[in-house]
Design a protein around this ligand. Structure first.
Ligand SMILES: O=C(O)CCC(=O)C(=O)O
Length: 330
């Protein structure tokens, strides 16, 4: 694709808690952490072992007949399978038992016990497998939000989206390509909520999405045993280059009361942001009372005010505290 260079996500080795907290975390940029001890899972998690230890508990999985899953137009189906059967099917390319077609692909994003209320936690849903996975101690325990299985058939791609928590994505087995975009490039990603409408990040439809080329593309290929730090709000798109098993651990970046309490997925906008977005809808509704020419004029003025008051082009600025806690009023 024209005009789009890849920026490689830096790879750090010999990362311990101190190195992470001093050199990586404050930059608020993605980083691959190679060689961190993830525990015996890296050697143990074969298809057979996962099936045996994960057992026959039921999981709700995505089933897709195409490589690029599209959440906005729902080009995949949700089906329920026993975990051991799911792992077996996800690891093969042709299936004797299938839902839609014999070469369908599978994806699991594990969920909490009470899907609507509780975040996923490997320790609760898969205690025997959780023992094999050592969560890196880079964050404070009270920042922990959820730990989520990400198990994917080879070739399956997950839509570009952001989450509101910091994320350590552990690629335990299999290789995975991850493409990322900065939150500062949000305007070029054609967002619908937390997802980009641009499905094919490698060959985007530039007639529909001409500004997509302006988004700076960051890329890395995760090897088995790698951890990827995805700071909150960074967009990511994953492509399983092989059948693979990952675990992503979400951590709160901000004080707990900033987040929506009814958010088991870690992707609902913080309460203040949701309020601001609702207020914007109300403001736009008020402009509807005016003719187009006036709407245009006041719309432009509003954009300018928003830009002046919120944009912060300095990537290294301190985003660890809400703005009101470090800007002088007035
Ligand atoms: O690894 C994947 O398949 C997706 C990861 C992801 O979207 C996440 O960790 O938020």
């Amino acid at each position: 694709m024209e005009n789009q260079e890849n920026i490689s996500v830096p790879i750090f080795t010999e990362v311990d808690r101190r190195v992470f907290l001093e050199n990586i975390y404050p930059k608020r940029r993605p980083a691959v952490l190679r060689g961190v001890d993830l525990g015996p899972c890296v050697d143990r998690w074969t298809v057979e072992y996962l099936g045996e230890k994960g057992g026959d508990r039921e999981v709700k999985v995505h089933v897709s007949t195409v490589a690029q899953m599209d959440f906005l137009h729902k080009n995949f189906a949700y089906r329920t399978l026993q975990f051991n059967e799911f792992v077996k099917r996800a690891s093969e390319t042709k299936h004797s038992d299938f839902f839609l077609c014999e070469d369908e692909s599978y994806y699991l994003r594990s969920l909490g016990e009470n899907v609507r209320k509780e975040p996923a936690d490997l320790n609760k849903q898969f205690p025997d497998l959780a023992e094999d996975f050592h969560v890196p101690h880079f964050f404070e325990p009270d920042q922990f939000f959820s730990s989520v299985f990400r198990i994917s058939s080879c070739g399956l791609q997950l839509w570009t989206h952001y989450d509101v928590m910091d994320n350590l994505l552990a690629q335990v087995t299999g290789r995975k390509r991850v493409v990322l975009y900065s939150p500062q490039d949000a305007l070029h990603l054609y967002l619908s909520g937390d997802k980009s409408e641009v499905l094919d990040v490698d060959a985007p439809d530039l007639k529909r999405f001409p500004d997509f080329v302006k988004a700076r593309r960051y890329e890395c290929v995760l090897e088995p045993g790698d951890l990827l730090f995805i700071p909150a709000l960074w967009f990511h798109n994953t492509l399983a280059l092989q059948f693979g098993v990952g675990v992503n651990v979400f951590w709160r970046h901000l004080p707990a009361d900033i987040y929506d309490k009814k958010d088991p997925y870690g992707n609902k906008d913080p309460v203040a942001a949701a309020r601001a977005l609702q207020a914007l809808e109300r403001a736009l509704h008020a402009l509807d009372e005016l003719p187009a020419e006036y709407r245009d004029f006041y719309g432009r003025r509003m954009v300018q005010v928003i830009q002046r008051r919120t944009f912060c082009d300095d990537q290294d600025s301190d985003t660890t505290l809400p703005r009101s806690q470090f800007t002088k009023p007035g």
